[in-house]
Design a protein around this ligand. Sequence first.
Ligand code: HEC
Length: 158
Amino acid sequence: MSNPDPAPSPVSQTTSSPLPWILLGLVLMLVSGAVGYLSFAPEVEPPPMEIRDDDFLMEGRSVFLTRCVPCHGTSGKGNGPLSASFGGEQIGDLTDGKWKHGDKPADVLRVIRVGVPGSRMAAWGPLLDEAQIRAVAGYCYALSRQPVPESLRKAEPL
Ligand code: HEC
């Protein structure tokens, strides 16, 4: 007499859909991404009133907050979260109005484009487009409360 209700084979018992594991993996990735972001994201204050309506400076601010804050700090004083690990290398205070590499628009653009060789200031030319470089240069002036040179806003070569 044959068994009318054979036990399911062990294979079909253990084979479950991989979908829950894939979903779990995705959720873990999202959570670790969010935790990583929150622990490294700078504490961002709302943009200062003076620049809120200025698209050029708001663009510069967004580049600065994404790329420059780890070293230069949100306010540009040179006290970003990475700066403590620099073993005394001076980052410089962008807000004191005394710029070691010059305060003409062409000087600031050059420092941002090609960096400062031998220091941790990298060349941003390969990573940012021309409009972003000009905007973040303009934002450096805004941080130091100097007038933002009109020549930076124009697309002409500097
Ligand atoms: C990894 C750290 C780091 C990052 C990120 C960084 N910088 Fe710098 N930056 C430095 C250091 C260090 C110096 C000082 C170099 C020197 O003169 O020896 C510097 C110098 C400068 C100067 C020249 C200041 C002066 O006194 O002349 C400007 C302008 C500047 N950075 C802008 C930026 C901008 C804009 C960004 C983002 C696009 C940026 N930096 C990102 C480390 C960094």
